[in-house]
Design a protein around this ligand. Structure first.
Ligand SMILES: [Zn+2]
Length: 320
């Protein structure tokens, strides 16, 4: 067992939401001032995996048992004064635990590299906080999974920070602001990125593709994050090797995604939802995850003609 907690400074505390916080060792290595307010946080998983986030400078790193230590995780351990031999031992110990999941993951990583699907590691915004009560309430209202590592930011506007991960590394984020001003979101997104690949399980045979991050989170699907799908995103989605089902928002922009899906030969699902349910997240809020998934699978169409007909119906409704 690799016990990361034993490497943490003695002065630390555990918070209700599962973070172990201590003075962050990262900031001074990144040109920031020394943290004295215990703004470094580690969230340990059940099997020895962990993720680190600095609420001060935004540095992130994570470790998954069965996988090689990432560059950012190594840096963090060094900054925590873990000796080099110990870091190598953790790496070896981890690789000994390599499971089927780890092997499949490696194969996927190889496919991705060969197709040039890679993203650079990114930090999250500096000065974030754990979720406060109103943020938790907001996420519950939108039926979000409680275990997703959301963060909160109060300045310059209050908002929820949703980390974008690929291969369990942070490669971007979006902030959903909670005041009613526009823009409602700001995003740090890399070209070709698709949200939600880390939410997929190996045994699943199909994958749902939607526009928004909340839609993807509510049914463990993918989000293309805008009302278009670029070619790099298509490559990434195809690399998963599953049946692809596009579930567009039931609005004008969503209909453009339908055309693109048809062109790509993907299935499309446009369930008959009432007019005030315009996307997957709305449906999950109203009927729950399982019922929503059922309506999506029942409304799935692969025939180009049937998709066109259903789209015409929807467009007509949108214009009345
Ligand atoms: Zn830091």
């Amino acid at each position: 067992m690799i016990d990361v907690i034993s490497f943490l400074p003695a002065k630390r505390k555990q918070t209700a939401s599962g973070w172990i916080s201590f003075n962050a060792p990262c900031c001074i290595h990144r040109g920031d001032t020394q943290d004295k307010r215990q703004r470094g946080g580690i969230k340990p998983g059940t099997d020895g995996s962990w993720s680190y986030h600095c609420f001060n400078c935004g540095y992130t790193a994570s470790f998954v048992l069965g996988r090689t230590l990432t560059f950012k995780a190594r840096c963090l351990l060094e900054w925590l004064n873990v000796p080099q031999e110990e870091i190598e031992r953790i790496n070896l110990e981890s690789l000994k635990q390599k499971s089927i999941d780890g092997l499949l993951h490696e194969r996927q990583a190889m496919v991705n590299r060969s197709q040039n699907i890679t993203f650079e590691d990114r930090d999250l915004p500096a000065d974030t906080q754990e979720l406060n009560e109103s943020a938790v309430e907001y996420l519950q209202r939108r039926s979000m999974p409680v275990d997703y590592p959301f963060l909160y930011k109060s300045k310059p506007r209050p908002g929820i920070v949703i980390p974008f991960t690929h291969d369990n590394q942070v490669v971007g984020h979006t902030t959903r602001f909670l005041d009613d001003r526009t823009p409602r979101y700001i995003q740090d997104i890399q070209h070709g990125y698709v949200f939600g690949t880390d939410l997929q399980r190996d045994t699943w045979q199909s994958v749902l593709v939607m526009e928004g991050v909340f839609d993807a989170l509510s049914v463990n699907g993918l989000a293309v994050l805008h009302a278009e799908i670029n070619d790099a995103q298509v490559r990434l989605i195809r690399s998963l090797g599953r049946e692809v089902v596009m579930v567009p928002d039931q609005d004008e922009a969503g209909m453009r995604l339908v055309d693109r899906a048809v062109e790509l030969g993907w299935a499309v699902s446009m369930p008959e939802w009432p007019a005030d349910v315009k996307d997957v997240n709305d449906a999950v809020i109203r009927w729950g995850r399982l019922a929503t998934l059922l309506t999506i699978m029942q409304a799935k169409e692969t025939s180009r003609i049937k998709i066109e007909l259903r789209k015409k119906q929807l467009v007509k409704r949108l214009r009345t």
